[in-house]
Design a protein around this ligand. Structure first.
Ligand code: PHE
Length: 487
């Protein structure tokens, strides 16, 4: 509408001298007229020239005097026409600032006689200040006023407008689409199409962003699946000490079973159900051994095994799954299995830049007849190569549930040194035999944290920047796609 008003006006007039007056005449908001001028100018329909005007506007003080009169006039009117008024008395009628200005101006103007008593010196006065302020308020510019207060000057911006080189009384509409109707009717021959703007930016695509840990988890899952592993159901954070420790031949006095290292549950504090005959065999193997072992020679307590905790490793799930597999073996015969899991574990640790009280573990195991340490090394080399780590070294280690055990090291090119990347071993007969596996069934297994390789790949050096309540959501949005060396 604003656009058409401008084009129509220019059809019969040389120029729009002042966009402000024009807007007022058309009854259109000036801002709208300005937008239309800018747009028409862009397409050369019009030429425009800036006009700047400075106008006076009243400050709050000015507005008050325009309404109530100048302080001197107010003061004059408060003095009785006949006789006099005590100065103290007069003062009470005014705000202190108004009274002060009023006295000095009315005195200067010789309107009143100031003393302890105040009386009028003239019959009536003309409040020129008020008249002037009212003029300013009405927009009648008074060039003769000198005003030191900048804030009462306002700059107004507008335009004068004339026809431009591409002027037309109506703006031509460009087609933005070639439609089926255009083609059918033959319109397309006459249509003018809007030019492509190859510099225009497309709208930013809004989408969800995966957390680096989730991306890493997906990659590693894919590697396990390609290697023929099945995922174990890890959907339980709460475990009994039995599955987390006892089934793994971890003695009840082991320091890891202390509340300094493990979070125990208050409610429910104990487990309700354990497979009783298996519990009995686990008790036996801890107390007096068997299957060629001497055991630990201590008194195994059921109450200790019953205690609920937040699982300290995903090996708790591995022990459950292996027990199930052993039961299935008794019924249906043995089937070799390759299992993996990636999920959260909890440890009562002091939090620092490389430790959190909860983190994620990646765990893999293979259960088959006749497996050896050579198989374990071979599988680890294959697995880690797919993660992009081909240079491995193994160091003898100790876990209560594996023998032999090996820490896994990889040479990190960036750090220029060997870094520990995981832990592994062959599950002990003291763990597998009470479950009920045939004697020649072996299990090779390994575990590592998910955070460690993620931090290395994403160049994050503080674990708290990766996981937890203080993680910057922007990091998740901006983190690059890190592909690990899947082969
Ligand atoms: N459970 C071990 C850990 O928490 C990892 C591991 C898994 C070691 C399987 C050997 C075998 O570090």
């Amino acid at each position: 509408m604003a656009e058409q008003a401008i084009l129509s006006y220019l059809e019969t007039h040389e120029e729009i001298a002042d966009s402000g007056n024009f807007a007022a005449e058309c009854g259109i908001d000036h801002a709208e007229i300005v937008n239309a001028i800018k747009s028409l100018h862009g397409f050369l329909y019009v030429e425009s020239q800036d006009i700047k005007k400075e106008t006076w506007v009243l400050t709050d003080e000015g507005k008050r005097y325009a309404a109530e009169g100048s302080p001197e006039a107010q003061l004059f009117l408060a003095v009785p026409a006949e006789g006099s008024i005590a100065k103290d008395e007069l003062q009470k009628k005014f705000d202190p600032a108004i009274f002060k200005i009023g006295c000095s101006q009315a005195g200067k103007n010789k309107w009143v006689e100031m003393g302890r008593q105040v009386s009028r010196k003239v019959v009536q006065v003309e409040d020129k200040v008020k008249d002037l302020l009212l003029k300013i308020q009405k927009g009648q510019v008074c060039s003769f006023i000198t005003c030191s207060a900048d804030k009462c000057l306002k700059t107004w911006k507008g335009y004068s407008v004339r026809k431009g080189p591409s002027y037309a009384p109506q703006r031509e509409k460009f087609a933005t689409d070639l439609t089926r109707e255009n083609l059918q009717s033959g319109d397309w021959k006459k249509l003018k199409f809007k030019e492509y703007n190859f510099n225009a930016k497309g709208p930013p695509s809004e989408c969800g962003h995966l957390h680096p840990l989730n991306k890493m988890k997906d990659c590693i899952k894919r590697i396990f699946r390609m290697m023929g592993f099945e995922e174990m159901p890890t959907n339980r954070y709460v475990e009994s000490s039995f599955w987390n420790f006892d089934a793994l031949f971890q003695p009840q006095q082991h320091p890891a079973r202390d509340s300094h290292d493990t979070f125990f549950l208050k409610t429910p504090s104990t487990t309700m159900q354990l497979p009783e005959d298996y519990v009995e065999r686990v008790k036996q193997v801890h107390e007096s051994g068997g299957y060629g072992s001497r055991g630990y020679n201590y008194e195994w307590k059921r109450e200790e095994a019953n205690k609920n905790l937040l699982r300290t490793h995903t090996t708790a799930i591995s022990s459950r799954m292996l027990y199930k597999l052993a039961q299935d073996t008794k019924q249906n015969g043995f089937t070799p299995k390759k299992y993996f899991s990636i999920d959260r574990v909890f440890r009562n640790e002091a939090v620092d830049r490389t430790h959190l009280a909860e983190f994620h573990q990646i765990e893999g195991l293979i259960c088959d007849r006749g497996l050896t340490l050579g198989h374990l090394i071979g599988v680890l080399e294959d697995f880690f190569k797919r993660l992009g780590m081909s240079n491995l070294r193994f160091k003898p280690a100790y876990n209560p549930y594996t023998e032999p055990s090996m820490e896994i090291f990889s040479y990190h090119e960036g750090f220029g040194k060997w870094v520990e990347i995981g832990n592994s071993g062959m599950f002990r007969p003291e763990m597998l035999q009470p479950m009920g596996f045939p004697e020649d069934v072996r299990v090779i297994a390994w575990g590592l944290s998910l955070e460690r390789p993620t931090m290395i790949l994403y160049g994050i050096d503080n674990i708290r920047d990766l996981f937890g309540h203080r993680v910057d959501l922007d990091l998740i949005k901006k983190s690059p796609l890190c592909l690990i060396g899947i082969k």
